[in-house]
Write a new protein. Structure first.
Length: 225
């Protein structure tokens, strides 16, 4: 059984379950429409954060029937507050939505995302572990959990989370970059460079965050010579 070891993405649930994409802080990058992490940011630590994601056709009719309408409304209000940078207000709305629909992976992901944005990393780890229990094949859940675990100092567990994310989605450049960045900060420069080069190769040299991380690794290595 996989160990329950996350680009912070918030999911906007609409009544019709239609959507698009948007962006927010620091360095933004818009890639092609086939990129599931099309809107991303890179924070000062080099970690890549997925942005607000409006997902189309996520829910089946059976799923929507089981999801209380009030939970949908609270979740959507939380997303709107997130766009206005009111993360604390959004967190409370996601918490309420999660209490009404405690096993909805999208609401729980938003809840964990808000906790991470507020640097409440230990609580975020707990939320993402619960998310993985609900959605064990979610690469983004393992990726985000990896970010949270690394932040709280659980380096080995964070590496395990990133590896599990890559088992599910081996060609995801965002996961590769986050894993490379974590290895770099842990002092494993050689393996970090190999990993970020994989991300650059996958994206056909059109992924600036990967070059940002690669440049940082090479610069730091030059200081050690």
């Amino acid at each position: 059984m996989k160990k329950l070891f996350i680009l912070l993405t918030a999911v906007f649930i609409t009544a019709s379950f239609a959507g698009g994409q948007t962006s927010s802080e620091d360095l933004s990058l818009q890639t092609n429409n086939n990129d599931k992490n099309a809107a991303i940011t890179v924070n000062n630590g080099g970690k890549i954060k997925p942005e607000m994601q409006l997902i189309e056709d996520t829910f089946s009719s059976r799923d929507s029937a089981l999801l209380p309408r009030r939970a949908v409304e609270l979740n959507n209000q939380g997303v709107r507050l997130t766009l206005k940078k009111d993360i604390r207000g959004a967190l409370e709305l996601f918490r309420q939505a999660n209490s009404l629909a405690p096993r909805n992976e999208h609401i729980l992901f938003n809840f964990g995302t808000a906790l991470l944005n507020l640097k409440r990393d230990t609580e975020a780890v707990e939320a993402f572990v619960k998310l993985i229990e609900i959605a064990p094949e979610s690469a983004k859940a393992y990726n985000s959990l990896g970010l949270a675990l690394f932040t709280v100092g659980k380096t080995g567990d964070s590496f395990s989370a990133f590896r599990l994310a890559l088992e599910i989605s081996p060609h995801d450049p965002v996961i590769l970059c986050n894993y490379a960045n974590a290895m770099h900060h842990a002092g494993n420069e050689a393996e970090a460079l190999v990993t970020v080069n994989q991300a650059i190769k996958i994206t056909a040299s059109n992924f600036s965050p990967a070059y940002n991380i690669r440049g940082t690794i090479l610069f730091n290595r030059s200081l050690l010579v």
